[in-house]
Ligand binder design. Sequence first.
Ligand code: GDP
Ligand code: MN
Length: 378
Amino acid sequence: MDLLEYMGKEVFAAYGIPVSDGRICTTPDEVHAAAKEIGGQVVVKAQVQVGGRGKAGGIKLANDPDEARAHGDAILGMDIKGHTVERVWVEAATDIAKEYYASVTLDRRNGLPMYMVSAQGGVDIEEVADREPEAILKAHVDPLTGFKGFHAHYLTKTLDPEARAGAAEILEKMFTVFMEGDCSLVEINPLVLTPDGRVHALDAKVSVDDNALFRHPDYLAYRDILTTDPQEKIAKEKGIAYVKLDGSVGIMGNGAGLVMSTLDLVKLAGGAAANFLDVGGGASGEQIAAGLEIVLSDPKVRSVLVNIFGGIVRCDLVAQGILDALTRVELKVPMVVRLDGTNAEEGRRILQEASLDGVEAATTMWEAAELATQRASA
Ligand code: GDP
Ligand code: MN
C-alpha cells in the first residue's frame, strides 16, 4: 500500500524526521482556513498515489490565503495520471537552497534494505540513474546490525558539507521507519537544505507491505481512507482477494488459479468479467456468503458465475453459504453455479431443493462460462 504524502509525513513526524507544518483539506474553504492558520507563504499539494505531481500542475505556491484558496479550487478535482485529487495538503512553504534524494528500498536480489542517496534530487531519480549513475550512492544495511555511523558517513559524503549532519540523522530515522513499519519503500525526494542550514523532508513516499498491515493499526486506518470503492472495502475487511474489473459477469471462485482461468473462459465465451474474487482455498460458508454479497452489490454485474472446486472446502457447505447469502441480499441478476469436487452432488442437491429463482447449475467450467456470458448480455 502506497501512503499519500501527508500520511508519510505524519509517520515521519512521529519518528522525528523534520517536515513542515501542514493541514489536510478537502475543500477550497478549508485550504483558505489552513493557509490563514499556518501564516505566510504556503504550498498547496495534490494528494494522489502517483509521483510527478509538480510537473502535472498539482503543486502550487501561494502568498496569502486567498491565493491558496484559488489553488485549492483548481487542484481539487483535478485528474493526475488517472487519479482524481480528493485532498490537498497545505503546508508552510520552505526556502530551498539544495534539493537532494534519499531512499531505502528492499533490494530483493541481495535480500537486504538498500539506501540510495544523491545530491541531485527533486527530479526523477530514474533519470539521474540513466544519465549519471555514479551520482547515486548506494549502501546495504544489515537489519541485524542496524544503521551505523559508517553508513551515514559514506552516504552523505556526496552532499554539501553543511547538510551532512542533518541528513545523517534523517537517514538513520528512515531506517527505523522502514524496519518498524514493514515498509518496501521510504523515499524523500526532495530532501532539502534550506538557506539557513536545516535539512528537511519536503516530500514523503512510504509503501507498506500489505501482508504486514495487520500488525500496524495506524496504517490500517490509512488503508480505510485509501480504499474508496465500496466492494473493495468490504473485501479487505473480510480478508477476501478482490479486484474490480470492467465487465459485467461477476465472478466468485476458490483459489487464485481457478478464478484466473474462470476469467479467461468468460473472455473466450465472448463475455467480460466484472471482477476477480477469490474466497480462498479453505473458505467457510460464511466467507462464501460474504463473497457473494460483494459481487452482488456491484451495480455493473449483470450475471454471476460461481465456480467452486471442493478440495479443502466442501461443496455442500458452499451451497449452504450461497443460500445464506441469498437471505441477506436480493438476487436481481441470473446466477450460474458450477460445483465440482468434494461433496459436489450433495451441494447441487441442496441448491436444487431450494429451487431458487434465477439460479442455474452447470457441470463444467466451460458450460458455466458460456451460460453466465449469455445471461449477462440478455
Ligand atoms: P512530486 O512532483 O510529486 O514529487 O512532488 P514534490 O513534493 O516532490 O514537489 C515537487 C517540487 O515542488 C519540489 O521538487 C520542489 O521544487 C517544489 N516544492 C515543493 N514544496 C516546496 C516548497 O515548500 N517551497 C518551494 N520553493 N518549492 C517547493
Ligand atoms: Mn517528490
